[in-house]
Structure formats: structure tokens, C-alpha cells
Design a binder for this molecule. Structure first.
Ligand code: ACO
Length: 436
């Protein structure tokens, strides 16, 4: 009978150690040993003990989580056990946010109450408008979002008390509710347009579209665009321990308030290798310009001279990102309403060529969520620099669910990785005029 343990022999000492193997829901991809079990492996009793060296956390589970499951090889994504395809087809963003945060689909009554509690918090304090006015007209909206959400912590000093469940829930309502308002205000500010206040009889996504695009008070968002946006929000709501979520957990582990913590997560999302990739995809497609230029572009990518095929590749997915599949399908729905974005032809051809090219095939590089999302956003009239902001709005639900799970996890402490020191050994200080 095989044992669920690992036997390690330290060849420096000849000693053997047995450490238990633990599992998650699936033994196939959830087997791990506790890194602290390695600490007993020492050459001398006053040794620090063995550590695992893992730059960029390629093979380190930083937590146990019951929120999101990804099988990167098979292209599976589930929130709380529910397949992303089913949620995208049947759920709404607010229902999915409830699921992610509370762990189960809501009853009718729970959903009504959740929706009411979110919608009553969509307004921003009037002083936030003055704060927003301080940004330059050409400030990047993601910079505005990061700054403004962080500034909210000064309006809600009660948010510091992260260990009180009711207070925590109040901050969750506020953050899920206010992110779209901040995002839309950031856009209106950049255009010099008056801010449009939230309208709480609209759905989450219709309200956002209204705050973004209303010029004439009779404006009503197209139901097709409203649903497409709702689906995009569902697809982006959580994605387990990615860069920004890990930032959320790490910052939150110091028990700061969720506004400052979430500003840090949003800052992580801003980078072009993460949530900024959808913006980078659009810039790349515009730079390629036409289908004839694709082979040359692919050649540059393969030559490795600093050019990447943006929107391709993923740390976890080594198969087609299931979100990219759904987004590709809703692109056509959006184009029927607003007209075809000509960049889609370049994207489709790029994908076709890349998926037949050994460089991409051998590295298992497939389109990720960002490859098609920007094309849809652009067709909807959302400017390119708003794309990472569009990502941050729904990801707020995921960040908060992960933050709360971390706070309630008795095994978690302040995040504090170790290092392998490779600097100078002890040196004596030399006074300035005696240095070489
Ligand atoms: N274009 C060309 N080559 C790529 C790409 C790409 N998009 N992505 C990875 N590669 C190559 C690397 O050069 C490397 O090749 P090598 O083995 O010959 O050196 C190999 O594939 C493995 O790539 P890594 O960088 O080691 O993979 P990693 O897991 O660290 O990176 C990442 C994942 C950052 C997503 C990467 O694929 C990338 O930069 N993609 C483009 C940016 C992007 O689309 N980001 C969005 C990710 S989804 C999200 O955050 C929402």
C-alpha cells in the first residue's frame, strides 16, 4: 500500500526524512508538501534549515482556497465549483459576485438583498469629485482608479477594523458598488464631460454604460451590449492566485483597510503582463495594421527581440483559455449592434497563424482572456486606456473574496517570504578618504 508521504535523503548528511503529502479536492493537481517540513533538514543543529527557492512562485501554493479552480491543461475554470461557461450563459455579474464572495448561489431573497445593498452604495462622496478634478486631463484612468480607491480609505476610517464580519461586509458592498462609479468618472474626467450619477434602477452593467456614455438624458444602453458587458464582467470576476490577487492577499495580510489593500491589487493589475495586456493587445493590433504585416510580426516575436504576441500565453493555461473562447463568441453579438471592429480580422488571422506555428504550439501558447476582450471594448466605444479599468471593476469581487478568505484562514499570517542572500560577506566600514 503506497503511503502519502515523501522520503527525502540529504546527501550532505546521509539522513533521511519523511514528510507527509497533503491533497486538495483533486489529488491530480493538489498534492503538496508543507515547505516548513523542509526546515528540519539541517547539516548542523544551528543551521536555519532547508528552504524551497521559488522565484515568481512558479511552484508554490501560498494558500488553500475554495473559491476558484483552474485546470490549465484542460482549459477548465470554475467559480465555487460552477463552470464558467454556465455562469456566463445564465448568471448575472452581481449573482456571480455573491457566489464568489459568499460561497454559494443566492436564494431569490438573498440576491435581492445583496443587489439592494450594493446599489445603495454606488454613489461617491462629493469630495471624491474634487479629488478626481485634481488629476490632469490626460491622466491614465487606471492611475486615477488606483489613486481614488486608495483615497476612499480616508473616507471610511471604520474600514480598518477588518476582523468584524458586519463591518467587513459593509466595505465589500461599498467597494463592489463604487468601482464602476470611479471608473466611469475617471473616463468622464478625461473627456471633460460632466459626471453622470449612478442610476440604481439599472443593472450593474447598464448603470456603468449609462455613467460612461450618457450625454442625452434619454440614453438607454442597448440590452445586447448590457448583456455582453455582464458576461465580460462574469469572466473577469476571479482567477485564483494571479499577480494582483496575490498582491491583495499579501497586502491584506498586514491587516490594513480594504481600500488601501485593493489599491495595491489594482496597481499590480495595471502592468502590461497582467491586466494591462488587453490594452497592449489593441496597441499591437493597431501597430500590425493589416493582415499582410502579420508574418513579419510573427517573425519578430519568434526572434525574441523583445516583442511578444500580447494576449497569448498564460502561466496556468497550457490550453485555450476558456474565457477567450466565450469572449470570441460574444464579439459577434457586439458587432451586430455597433458594427465590426476591423481589428478582429487581424486578431483572427494572428490566432490562426500562431496556432499552426511550432514556436507557439511547442510552448503551449494560446489566446488568453485579453486577446479578444479589448476588441469588444473598443467596438463598444470604450477607449483603450480604460481596458485595465474594465478588468478591475469585476475583479474587485474576486480580490475581496480572496482577501476575506485569507483573513478567516487560521493558518495565514503576515506574508513574509524568505530570501537566499547572495550579497557580500561581512565587510568593515572604510572612511571616505581611505576608499580606493
Ligand atoms: N509571445 C511570444 N513568446 C511568448 C509569449 C508571448 N506572448 N508568452 C510566452 N512566450 C514564450 C517565452 O519567451 C518563453 O520562451 P522560451 O522558453 O524560449 O524562453 C516561453 O514562452 C515561456 O514563457 P514565460 O515568460 O516563461 O511564461 P510565464 O508563465 O512566465 O509568462 C505570461 C506568462 C506573462 C502571461 C506570458 O505568456 C506573456 O508575457 N504573455 C503576453 C502578455 C499577456 O498576454 N498577459 C496576459 C496574461 S492573462 C492575465 O493576466 C489576465
Amino acid at each position: 500500500m503506497p503511503k502519502d508521504s515523501l522520503t527525502i535523503t540529504d546527501n550532505r548528511t546521509g539522513k533521511t526524512y519523511e514528510v507527509p503529502i497533503q491533497y486538495g479536492t483533486y489529488s491530480k493537481d493538489g498534492a503538496s508538501i508543507r515547505a516548513m517540513d523542509l526546515r528540519q533538514i539541517k547539516v548542523a543543529t544551528d543551521d536555519f534549515g532547508l528552504m524551497a527557492y521559488d522565484p515568481a512562485f512558479l511552484n508554490t501554493a501560498s494558500c488553500k482556497s475554495a473559491i476558484t479552480y483552474i485546470d490549465g491543461d484542460r482549459g477548465i475554470l470554475r467559480y465555487r465549483g460552477y463552470g464558467i461557461e454556465h455562469l456566463a450563459e445564465r448568471s448575472t455579474f452581481l449573482e456571480t459576485a455573491y457566489l464568489i464572495i459568499h460561497g454559494a448561489l443566492p436564494s431569490r431573497h438573498e440576491l435581492d438583498e445583496w443587489t439592494r445593498n450594493i446599489t445603495v452604495h454606488t454613489m461617491l462622496h462629493e469630495s471624491i469629485k474634487k479629488f478626481l478634478d485634481g488629476f490632469n486631463y490626460d491622466a491614465h484612468p487606471m492611475g486615477i482608479l488606483v489613486g481614488t480607491v486608495g483615497a476612499l480609505s480616508t473616507f471610511y476610517p471604520d474600514a480598518k477594523n477588518t476582523h468584524e464580519p458586519a463591518g467587513r461586509l459593509l466595505q465589500i458592498y461599498r467597494l463592489v458598488a463604487k468601482m464602476p462609479t470611479i471608473a466611469a468618472f475617471a473616463y468622464r474626467h478625461s473627456r471633460g464631460l460632466p459626471y453622470i450619477h449612478p442610476q440604481n434602477d439599472l443593472s450593474f452593467s447598464a448603470n456603468f454604460l449609462n455613467m460612461m456614455f450618457q450625454i442625452d438624458p434619454r440614453y438607454r444602453p442597448s440590452p445586447a451590449l448590457e448583456r455582453a458587458l455582464e458576461v465580460l464582467f462574469i469572466l473577469h470576476a476571479d482567477h485564483e492566485q494571479n499577480c494582483s490577487t496575490s498582491a491583495m492577499r499579501a497586502i491584506g495580510s498586514a491587516h490594513g483597510d480594504p481600500y488601501s489593500t485593493l489599491a495595491g491589487a489594482a496597481a499590480a493589475l495595471y502592468g502590461p503582463l497582467h491586466g494591462g495586456a488587453n490594452e497592449a493587445v489593441l496597441r499591437m493590433l493597431a501597430e500590425i495594421g493589416s493582415i499582410q504585416n502579420i508574418p513579419n510580426f510573427i517573425k519578430r516575436v519568434k526572434a525574441g527581440d523583445g516583442v511578444r504576441l500580447m494576449g497569448f500565453g498564460h502561466r496556468v493555461y497550457k490550453n485555450y483559455d476558456p474565457r477567450a473562447k466565450i469572449i470570441k463568441a460574444i464579439a459577434n453579438v457586439v458587432f451586430e449592434v455597433v458594427g465590426r471592429n476591423p481589428l478582429i480580422e487581424i486578431a483572427l488571422e494572428l490566432e490562426r497563424i500562431a496556432l499552426e506555428d511550432d514556436y507557439f504550439v511547442s510552448r503551449k501558447l494560446y489566446p488568453n482572456v485579453d486577446f479578444y476582450s479589448g476588441i469588444i471594448y473598443q467596438a463598444m466605444g470604450i477607449p483603450v486606456d480604460m481596458f485595465p479599468v474594465m478588468f478591475a471593476i469585476p475583479r474587485t469581487a474576486g480580490w475581496l473574496a480572496q482577501w476575506q478568505e485569507m483573513l478567516l484562514d487560521g493558518e495565514q499570517k503576515i506574508a513574509r517570504p524568505r530570501q537566499v542572500y547572495v550579497g557580500a560577506d561581512h565587510r568593515d566600514y572604510v572612511v571616505l578618504d581611505r576608499r580606493q
